[in-house]
Every structure is written in C-alpha cells, then in structure tokens.
Design a binder for this molecule. Structure first.
Ligand code: ATP
Ligand code: MG
Length: 261
C-alpha cells in the first residue's frame, strides 16, 4: 500500500500536508502520533472515505479506480469508533463482513471470527448491551470475516485498523496484536493506528510517526521511537529504554521523574 503526496482539507483546515506513506504486505505498520496529528484522516483518505489530492495504490492499483466491491475484497477497515443506531445482534453485525458467493464452510466465518476475538457464545447478544471493549472486538470480528484469508490468488489483502486496542484490557490487547502478527506472517498487510508505544515497539515492523499533518519519522521501531523524536513530537521528554535481549525500545512513564545519568 502506497500513498503519494496526500493532502486533505477538512472545513477550513489543511489536515494533511503532502504525506508519503508505504506499508508492505507481510508486515505490521503502525501509525502513531499525538491527538489531532492526522492519523485517522490519513487512514480515511487511503480507504477512499474522504476526498484527497495525491494518489493511493493498493497492490499497485489506484484505489480511485476501484469499485466498492473490489475494495471490499482487498481490504477491511475497522474505524476508530462505530455507532450502531439500530438493535442488531452481535452475529448480525459480524455477518456484515460476509461477501457474496461464499462456500458453506465460509458462511461459518463469523462464528470463527468471534472465537478469534474471544467472544464465543456472544452471537445472540444485543450489540448495544455489550461493554465498550466487547463492542470493539465485535467490530474486529466483522473485519476478520471480510478479510479472512491474508492472500487470495497470490495477492495480499489488508487489515486497516484505527486504534484496535484502545478500549481493551491488556490480555485482549495481546490477543488482537497477536492476530495482526499472525495475519502478516501469512502474507497479508496490516496498517494500525496505535497510541500505546510499548505495544507498537513489540509488534510493529515499521512505525510511522505523525505530527501536525505530516510524517515526522518512519522506519523500524528502534529508529523512530527515540528520545529526540518523542520529545519533539509529543512535547513530553521521556528516556527510551531498550530490552537487553533484543533491543526492543520501551518506555517507563516513571522514568519521566527519574534522574537520568
Ligand atoms: N470534518 C472536519 N472539519 C475540520 N477539521 C477536522 C475535521 N475532521 C478532523 N478535523 C481535524 O483534523 C485534525 C486531524 O484529525 P484526525 O482525526 O486525523 O486526528 P488523529 O491523529 O486521528 O487524532 P486522535 O489520536 O485523537 O484520534 C484534527 O485537528 C481535527 O480536529
Ligand atoms: Mg484518530
């Protein structure tokens, strides 16, 4: 997935100023950055939900020329928040991810997707009655149902997730991040907006750091999650540590007050 010179104007604000973005199949690409830096706007431009100038390629095809059903076959999108105004059951929501022409076995995908996100037995519950974290996992199950196989006819498919672990407890955060790694390990592409920099460092192959509508840094977690980049972008000086066994960066908020020698 590639985006070239993406500019977005919303209302009177220029929200993205010439963003160039690349995510590779077989990798988890995390987009991080402060509130309002343009992460959701970049995802919404790349998924064709809002007008933009520039060019977005998905598997080397210009998304502007793809029909909705062609896009739906290539990528599934979990938005930052979802409001369901009508009384649907969990299974009805997850079944929205089913596409036409499926085999009998594939029609079982919603139940398998619910199992993957730890919601076995929730199918007949009313969506509105679920907790925030349970609702978020239902939305992921819907996306997994739509994009179950990471590769179809040799072409990678894409999971595009806007803060998929924002409302989740730590156990389910790992469940979801493990799902993204599994999907990418089997050849699919994952693009996920994240706020948790420790999870990002543990699970992402590539990190894209956004700041005020542009990309401040992109590359490996080690190269992007540095003291200087984080202080500059978040305005929050904090020493970045690394794990002794493999050098993965991590942040200890307590270190903010520690004397660093
Ligand atoms: N419809 C709109 N009209 C005007 N400004 C908008 C509109 N939608 C978003 N914005 C502004 O665009 C900027 C980027 O918003 P965006 O939702 O992309 O941020 P974000 O990086 O996803 O932040 P968060 O971490 O809070 O989700 C914000 O300053 C926001 O106020
Ligand atoms: Mg956002």
């Amino acid at each position: 997935m590639q985006a070239f010179d993406i500019e977005v104007v919303l209302g009177k604000s220029q929200v993205l100023n010439g963003v160039n973005f690349t995510a590779k199949p077989g990798e988890v690409t995390a987009i991080v950055g402060p509130n309002g830096s343009g992460k959701t706007t970049l995802l919404r431009a790349m998924t064709g939900e809002i007008p933009y100038s520039g060019k977005v390629l998905l598997n080397n095809k210009n998304v502007a020329g793809l029909k909705p059903w062609q896009l739906a076959a290539l990528r599934g999108v979990q938005p930052q928040s979802t409001t369901i105004a009508f009384p649907f059951t969990v299974l009805e929501i997850v079944r929205l991810g089913l596409t036409a022409g499926l085999s009998a076995a594939e029609k079982e995908l919603p139940l398998r997707a619910l199992e993957k996100v730890g919601l076995t037995g929730f199918g007949n519950r009313m969506y509105q009655d679920l907790s925030g974290g349970e609702q978020q996992r239902v939305q992921l199950a819907r996306v997994l149902t739509q994009i179950w196989r990471p590769v179809v006819d040799g072409a990678p498919r894409w999971l595009i997730l806007d803060e998929p672990v924002a409302s989740l407890d730590i156990g389910h955060q790992f469940t979801v991040m493990d799902l993204t790694r599994d999907f990418s390990a089997r050849g699919g592409g994952v693009v996920a907006v994240m706020h948790d920099l420790n999870l990002t460092a543990m699970f992402a192959d590539k990190v894209v750091l956004m700041d005020a509508g542009h990309i401040a840094a992109q590359g490996s977690p080690q190269s992007v999650l540095t003291d200087a980049n984080l202080a500059q972008t978040y305005g929050c000086p904090l020493p970045v540590c690394t794990t002794p066994h493999d050098g993965t960066p991590f942040l200890l908020p307590q270190a903010r007050h520690a004397r660093v020698t």
